[in-house]
Design a protein around this ligand. Sequence first.
Ligand SMILES: Cc1cc2nc3c(=O)[nH]c(=O)nc-3n(C[C@H](O)[C@H](O)[C@H](O)COP(=O)(O)OP(=O)(O)OC[C@H]3O[C@@H](n4cnc5c(N)ncnc54)[C@H](O)[C@@H]3O)c2cc1C
Length: 408
Amino acid sequence: MTRTDPLTDVRTGPRRREVLISGAGIAGLALAFWLNRHGYAVTVVERASAVRSSGYPIDVRGTALEVVRRMGILPRLRDAHIDLRRLTFLDGDGGEVASVDPHAVAGSVAGRDLEVRRGDLTEALYAAVRDDVEFLFDDSIDTLDQSGHGVDVTFRGGDRRTFDMVVGADGLHSRTREAVFGPEEQFHRYLGYCFAGFTMRNTFGLSHEVMMWNTPGRAAALYAVGDGDEVHALLNFARPEPPLSFGAFRDPQAQRDVVAAMFADAGWEVPGMIAAMREADDLFVDVVSQIRMPRWSSGRVALVGDAAYAPSFLTGQGTSLALVGAYMLAASLADRDVTVGFAAYEHGTREFVRLNQDQIGEGDATLFPTTARGLERRNDMLRGLAGSSAPPATEGRPAHSALTLPVG
Ligand SMILES: Cc1cc2nc3c(=O)[nH]c(=O)nc-3n(C[C@H](O)[C@H](O)[C@H](O)COP(=O)(O)OP(=O)(O)OC[C@H]3O[C@@H](n4cnc5c(N)ncnc54)[C@H](O)[C@@H]3O)c2cc1C
């Protein structure tokens, strides 16, 4: 009797291993790029009808810069870099508290670390893979079954296919994680805040700058990426428990109402921001949370990016962890079997993730103090920074660069 190797076809030689990635976000697109490079046949399923381009500007720092350099997209991202010049903090009445160098607050390095529109990064990643990878838009995984030789997948759209492995890159509220590891609550670490992000008209004359208004437990920010006629708006508020409509039962209208109620008596430009939020067609609302899991894989299914280890936007490291995690997962699978590859991915990446997640604790975000005393302390710190003549930092936070990538 002839023994057949499922990875070898006698006529065509070795078969390319087939992987399904759920989610065409930062982690999913970067993983698609690297697994394709390592010889995998890659399919990406995305529940939206196209790669989603909205979102607040994101940071690419430290080790993640080396990932995008190796992908060949660093020059394109340098061109897209947002040259933010000023971060001005305001008190409850809109009076100026301090105006500081943004890098001094973010712990990033001027001239090296990148801040780009989320859409500029997703577009660069998509352009780098679109011709080599199969994309299934407007669809998602319905069921996963690992009882056979591979992973049998049924799609919401009705198709059934079998893959050698499946990777969930479907974000903070990952359905893949829920299907394989169980409910989100076990892994979800709520950090005590909720936020709403959206774009609105730049009627403020802002240019390359952020204005941030604070009262204890509330922040409203306007972020002008350039001189354009739109600004990114952010409303962030502290709550001991996340409102119901921000959890599993997501109801956009109820979310808008919760945010509006939280800022009902707020001054400065906040009433106009609330009105704009009600009209916004790109509103992104979420809890500020981390995902912490004891394992990132089970059998032939693994998780990457926010799905496995969201650090929260308070660290500014979500995108960098997604990029580095995707690189590490693909490199770990390059010439190994699935189980050994997944174990190597965790072994090589977990400490980096831990260091970056530990940059923030519950309710202690520097930018969003929850008490009057905390806010006064933060304002004193900002005034000190504004008056400082120290030269700009040449090193970022050690956690940002705490992993050296293996050869790709
Ligand atoms: C539209 C959008 C706007 C964002 N805006 C902000 C922001 O303003 N501030 C901030 O801090 N973070 C924001 N994020 C999150 C931020 O991009 C991530 O924290 C970080 O980049 C890590 O990326 P990720 O690829 O792991 O997850 P994400 O960037 O969240 O990508 C996940 C992808 O999976 C897709 N997806 C989700 N569920 C399914 C499913 N069941 N089947 C198939 N596909 C699925 C999503 O549509 C998305 O494309 C945003 C994410 C998205 C998708």
